[in-house]
Design a protein around this ligand. Structure first.
Ligand code: ATP
Ligand code: MG
Length: 522
């Protein structure tokens, strides 16, 4: 192989407009053979849009794209795939009821439609390709039953089966556990060493430094810098992204938890989608003036637990109290009792993507505007405009559908709505998922301010950075039980990670303090 780096992708002067809004201004970028090239930038900077253009999902309004030295214009992803470009979106596009082999072969079977797939051959091919790239997968496993990390592996193998040379991963680690992230990085390095090129979009600067060869920074639709990953620090990248220096961890005073219990969970049991005991006798309390983080690997009962608190799921035993009122299986009543809730699933539960941004910001606040329909709409719109400014929702106008916002800006909309509710208990699931570091700083600061104002904050996250940056107390959930109750300042990510993996038994003291907490509350 030649020693000189070869540009396999060369994007030059690309422009993209949505109506009269210009999302990409004159963006230029090269990707070399065999490199991992990270793209970072604030929410709405244009990262996904630029990559969607390369992948043929969106047409461009100006500029050129060369692939392996030849100019290309794709009219759809099928053409990009045929030319050697693969993309894995944050929201996977797999068929959940099909097997791994079916999903990997689906759409590439040359003669028959997928109804007449040669199953034995599909399984043989899948096994061969997973061996070739060292990505272990059972070809017969049903995709819907796999953990997220393995589903992502199916997506990656699917592009490799189609002989992708250039692989675009849009925020692939947002949904992964630390262990899955390490495995993904090993895969990325192996692929790069075998001559593939990887474009890696992420908001986590530690990951950028850990895995990439070069780093491009996008700001307001332009690539403003491309750096070699040598001697660069997270602070420097953050500064280039945001145009100011950023606190990578919010400073906060010591918590002053008061005695008033605002969330009390007592002997809670709940079943999951398949009837399994997902929440298996849980008791804990969150008090006014503290932030309690719930750490756990996805799928250990945290979804079901939060659904029971929010009123989206009926428990089979035990009880939940919100600000002294018994919770019921009715989200509206639990909100009325004093609950604000930021769900992880912003597209499904949290937002109505087809509705206007102002409407999304107003739901749940209607009571504040009850002064006759016209006044109410006017007041609600004025307040929505104020929230857009305050929470720095980029690219927003009042009437744009929420779905046209970039991923991180959608998250800011649901954060803005929920954190401005007059609620004493705040439950936030992955509150900073997909948001850029500047916005994480402001979301974290808001949560700490709420704590200091005497609210109770319960943060559920698989991201240990987030858990440690926010929590005063850390609970670890494993197989539907609380296996540790730790003071954040007296523990470390390693220890919490071991509890998350079920590698550490709860010491008797921790177990006692959990049940004690439950006994304590009136
Ligand atoms: N279909 C669309 N219609 C209108 N505007 C759009 C559309 N898609 C994207 N935009 C706008 O283009 C800009 C760039 O969005 P893009 O999704 O590329 O950002 P991003 O850098 O990927 O951000 P994030 O980190 O939040 O994912 C945003 O202001 C967004 O609102
Ligand atoms: Mg994006």
């Amino acid at each position: 192989m030649s020693e000189t780096p070869l540009d396999v992708v060369s994007i030059s002067g690309v422009v993209k407009r949505f109506g009269d809004f210009t999302a990409i201004h004159d963006a230029s970028l090269t990707v070399r053979r065999g490199e991992v090239h990270a793209i970072v930038g604030e929410n709405g900077a244009g990262k996904s849009t630029l990559m969607n253009i390369l992948y043929g999902l969106l047409p461009r309004d100006a500029g050129t794209i060369e692939l392996f030295g030849r100019p290309v214009t794709f009219s759809g992803p099928a053409e990009a795939i045929a030319a050697g470009v693969g993309m894995v979106h944050q929201h996977f596009k797999l068929a959940p009821s099909f097997t791994v082999a079916d999903n990997i072969i689906l759409g590439s079977e040359p003669l028959a439609g997928y109804g007449r797939i040669d199953r034995a051959r599909a399984e043989r091919d899948t096994a061969a390709i997973s061996r070739r790239f060292g990505l272990d997968l059972d070809p017969r496993a049903v995709v819907g039953a796999l953990p997220v990390g393995l589903r992502q592996r199916v997506e990656i193998l699917k592009t490799l089966y189609r002989e992708a040379q250039i692989l675009i991963l849009d925020e692939p680690t947002a949904v992964l556990t630390p262990q899955e992230t390490r495995e993904l990085f090993a895969t990325m390095r192996t692929l790069a060493e075998s001559g593939h090129s990887i474009v890696f979009i992420t908001h986590k600067l530690r990951e950028v430094l850990a895995v990439s060869n070069r780093i491009s920074v996008m700001r307001q639709g332009r690539i403003v810098a491309t750096l070699d990953n040598e001697g660069v620090t997270a602070q420097e990248i953050a500064g280039l992204m945001v145009g100011r220096s950023v606190l990578l961890r919010v400073k906060k005073a010591k918590a002053e938890a008061r005695d008033e219990v605002l969330l009390k969970v007592d002997g809670l049991e709940a079943r999951g989608e398949r009837g399994e005991a997902a929440v298996d006798g849980l008791s804990f309390a969150v008090r006014s003036g503290e932030i309690v983080g719930l750490a756990g690997v996805q799928g250990n009962g945290q979804d079901e637990l939060v659904e029971c608190i929010a009123g989206l799921r009926r428990p089979v035993a035990g009880s939940v109290e919100i600000c002294g009122t018994k919770a019921v299986a009715d989200p509206r009543r639990n909100r009325a009792a004093g609950l604000a809730y930021v769900p992880a699933d912003r597209g499904g539960v949290g937002l109505s993507l087809a509705s206007g941004i102002w409407e999304n910001l107003t739901v749940g606040h209607i009571e504040e505007f009850g002064r006759g329909p016209f006044l109410a709409i006017k007041a609600a719109r004025a307040r929505a405009a104020e929230l857009i400014r305050r929470f720095d929702v980029r690219g927003a106008t009042l009437d744009k559908p929420a779905g046209s916002l970039s991923g991180g800006n959608q998250q800011k909309v649901q954060i803005a709505r929920e954190l401005t509710r007059d609620a004493r208990l705040v439950i936030a699931e992955q509150p900073s998922q997909g948001v850029d570091i500047g916005a994480i700083e402001s979301i974290h600061r808001t949560l700490v301010e709420m704590r200091d104002a005497g609210r109770a904050v319960f943060v559920v996250s698989a991201d240990l950075d987030e858990i440690f940056s926010l929590s005063d107390r850390i609970l670890v959930i494993y197989r539907g039980r609380i296996v540790a109750d730790l003071v954040a300042s007296e523990t470390d990510p390693e220890t919490v990670g071991r509890y998350m993996g079920g590698l550490e038994e709860a010491p008797p003291a921790a177990a006692a303090s959990v049940s004690e907490a439950a006994d304590h509350v009136h």
